[in-house]
Design a protein around this ligand. Structure first.
Ligand SMILES: Cc1cc2nc3c(=O)[nH]c(=O)nc-3n(C[C@H](O)[C@H](O)[C@H](O)COP(=O)(O)OP(=O)(O)OC[C@H]3O[C@@H](n4cnc5c(N)ncnc54)[C@H](O)[C@@H]3O)c2cc1C
Length: 353
C-alpha cells in the first residue's frame, strides 16, 4: 500500500514479489528534538546548511554530535565554510578513532564472506560483526584525524591550554545532559560522561560539571537505523513462523539478536528472502530485503561493496536464476570483473564479458 505524500491518496498495488530496498532512516538521539528548525541530521547537511547559514563571515555557533566520518567531516567543513564560526564536536567516545581498512579485516567485504558469516550462529555473527565494526562505524579516516589534531594543536599554541577559549573544540567522553529550546533558539547542556547516559527528552538535572552551548545549528551525525521494513510488514506478521516452527537455513535458534515482528522472528534466507511459515505463502511469491540484513549477511550489506553481487543473487532468487543452468544467471566473478571495468548491470554486453 502506498500513500501519495502530497495528496495523501492511498493506492494498493498487488505483486507476487516485493523487495524492500529503502536504505537507512536517519537516527537522532532521543535527547535532541526530532523536529526543530536548528537541529538537523547529517543526511540533510549538504542541502540545508547553505540555506540555514547563508553569511560566510557570520560567527555561527555550530555543535556536531557524533564521532564517525560524517561528524568529523562536518565539523571540519563548517570551519572551512565559515571562518568566524565556533564549532564543537560532542562525542560519547573519548577519542576520534581511525577506520580499519587493513587487509585481513577488509576480507569481510568479499562476496564470499557472506557465506562464511551466514552459516554461523546468531551469537557468533553478532560477535564477529562487533569485531569488524571499526571498518565502518564510529571511525574516521586517519588523514582527517591528523588534520583535526593539528588544528587543535595550533589553537593550543596560539590561544593557550584552556580549550574553553578556543573557537573549535572536541569534547570527548561527553554526554548531552539537557536541551532547552525556545522558538528557534536551541541550547545544549553537556557534561563529562560519568556512567550516566544522554538525557531523555525533557529530563534534566543540573550539575556543576555542565557546560552550556547556545547554537545556531546542531547537526546530529549519529547514523542510521535499518528497521523500517519491520514496521511496514506488521500487517503480515501472521505469515511469519511461531518460534517452534522456525526452519532457518542458518540453523540458528531465535535469540535476542534476531529481528521480530509482534514477537515472531523475521528470519532471512541466504538469498535475502524472508522465511515465512510453511504453507503460508504460495510458491513463487515472497518478500526480499536489500540493505537491511547486516545481522545475518554482514557489514557489506549496507554498503556498495558487493551491491552488484547481492542484487544479482536477489534477482536470481526471485526469477529462479539460482539454478546453475538458468539462462539469466550471471556468475558473481563476471559481475565483479565487469564492474571493475566500469560496466553497469544495465549494460547488455555484460553477459558476454
Ligand atoms: C554519508 C555516507 C557515506 C557513505 N559512504 C560509503 C562508501 O564510502 N562506500 C560504500 O560502499 N558505501 C557508502 N555508503 C553507503 C551507501 O550510501 C549505500 O550502500 C547505498 O546508498 C545503498 O543503496 P540503497 O539503494 O540500498 O539505499 P539508499 O541509497 O539509501 O536508497 C533508498 C531509497 O529508498 C527511498 N525510500 C525510503 N523509504 C521509502 C518508502 N517508505 N517509500 C518509498 N521510498 C522509500 C529513499 O528515499 C531512497 O531513495 C555511505 C552512506 C552514507 C550515508
Amino acid at each position: 500500500m502506498t500513500s501519495n505524500i502530497k495528496t495523501g491518496a492511498i493506492v494498493t498495488h498487488k505483486a507476487k514479489n516485493v523487495l524492500f530496498a529503502i536504505g537507512g532512516q536517519p537516527s537522532i538521539p532521543k535527547c535532541l528534538p526530532s523536529s526543530h528548525p536548528r537541529v538537523i541530521h547529517s543526511s540533510q547537511y549538504a542541502h540545508l546548511v547553505p540555506q540555514m547559514l547563508n553569511q560566510r563571515d557570520a560567527p555561527y555557533r555550530v555543535a556536531v554530535v557524533g564521532a564517525g566520518q560524517s561528524a568529523a567531516e562536518i565539523f571540519s567543513n563548517i570551519q572551512n565554510l565559515y571562518p568566524n564560526s565556533k564549532t564543537t564536536l560532542i562525542m560519547r567516545s573519548e577519542f576520534l578513532k581511525p577506520s580499519d581498512d587493513s587487509p585481513f579485516v577488509n576480507s569481510i567485504f568479499n562476496p564470499s564472506y557472506v557465506d562464511e558469516l551466514y552459516q554461523r550462529s546468531s551469537e557468533l555473527r553478532h560477535s564477529l560483526l562487533g569485531d569488524a565494526r571499526a571498518t565502518n562505524y564510529g571511525v574516521v579516516r586517519l588523514e582527517l584525524i591528523e588534520h583535526l589534531y593539528e588544528r587543535m594543536y595550533d589553537q593550543q599554541r596560539e590561544l593557550g591550554k584552556d580549550s574553553k577559549k578556543w573557537p573549535h573544540r572536541i569534547l570527548g567522553s561527553t554526554a548531552i545532559a539537557g536541551v532547552e529550546t525556545e522558538g528557534d533558539r536551541v541550547r545544549l547542556i553537556v557534561r563529562p560522561i560519568s556512567g550516566a547516559s544522554d538525557c531523555q527528552e525533557g529530563v534534566y538535572e543540573k550539575s556543576d560539571m555542565d557546560e552550556i552551548f547556545d547554537c545556531d545549528l546542531v547537526v546530529a551525525a549519529t547514523g542510521y537505523q535499518r528497521q523500517a521494513h519491520l514496521t511496514m510488514m506488521e500487517d503480515i506478521a501472521d505469515l511469519l513462523p511461531q518460534n517452534p516452527e522456525i526452519d532457518s537455513a542458518a540453523g540458528s535458534e531465535p535469540n535476542k539478536y534476531d529481528s521480530r515482528i509482534r514477537g515472531r522472528p523475521v528470519n532471512v534466507g541466504r538469498d535475502y528472502g524472508i522465511q515465512f511459515a510453511p504453507g503460508k505463502v504460495s510458491p513463487g511469491s515472497g518478500v526480499w530485503l536489500q540493505g537491511c540484513c547486516e545481522g545475518t549477511h554482514g557489514l557489506s550489506d549496507t554498503l556498495l561493496s558487493i551491491l552488484a553481487v547481492r542484487s544479482q543473487e536477489i534477482v536470481n532468487s526471485v526469477f529462479g536464476g539460482h539454478e546453475k543452468d538458468a539462462t539469466n544467471h550471471i556468475p558473481s566473478e563476471i559481475v565483479m570483473k565487469a564492474l571493475a571495468s566500469g560496466f553497469t548491470l544495465e549494460n547488455r554486453e555484460i553477459a558476454e564479458f
